[in-house]
Design a protein. Structure first.
Length: 183
């Protein structure tokens, strides 16, 4: 296929033939087209190959951490979930809210998210929030308490504990040590 899809990506693809599609491909190559029966057989083989290619195309080539292949529609919803989590650092959605926003049931969302990103939703969100806090500590004049609020922690000591678990330094020590390295 040639051209561009709606999202601007190239439609030029190669789908490798596997054991399920091989008999149909061989059947097409062996046809002589001597009568109408051969044309019907060719149509049948072509339709079977198209169905096979469609099912292959709709399976995302993105295997998760468990090696499970996810349908493209699910991968799109998971990307949306990750984007929402990245944008709503100060007010992360609950699992129920997130599942409603992306149109997946909670169980599937949690299972597929972990498969795709190798982390639970809560851990992924916490990691994004702490990475943003790390950046704010280095590049802003905000106090540690203000940064905690900015990244969705209502309690500065809870933020400090989470930060220390992640980076082995409390936020003030991190800011101080990074400032010395920058001099």
């Amino acid at each position: 296929m040639h051209g561009r899809s709606n999202d601007g990506t190239s439609l030029d693809e190669q789908i490798d033939i596997d054991e399920r599609s091989l008999p149909y491909a061989r059947g097409l190559l062996d046809l002589g087209f001597h009568d109408d029966a051969d044309i019907l057989t060719a149509e049948q083989s072509i339709l079977a190959l198209l169905a096979w290619a469609y099912s292959k195309h709709n399976m995302a080539p993105s295997a998760g951490s468990e090696g499970q292949t996810l349908p493209q529609r699910t991968v799109t919803k998971l990307r949306l979930a990750a984007e929402i989590l990245s944008q709503r650092l100060d007010d992360p959605p609950t699992i129920a809210e997130l599942s409603a926003l992306v149109g997946m049931n909670e169980c599937d969302l949690k299972r597929c998210f972990k498969c795709r990103y190798g982390d639970s939703i809560a851990s992924f969100s916490r990691g994004k929030r702490l990475a943003t806090a790390q950046d704010l500590l280095l590049h802003s004049g905000l106090s540690v308490a203000e940064i905690a609020l900015e990244v969705g922690f209502t309690n500065p000591s809870q933020f400090a504990r989470a930060f220390r678990r992640r980076f082995d330094l409390n936020p003030a020590q991190y800011r101080h040590s990074a400032g010395r390295r920058g001099q």
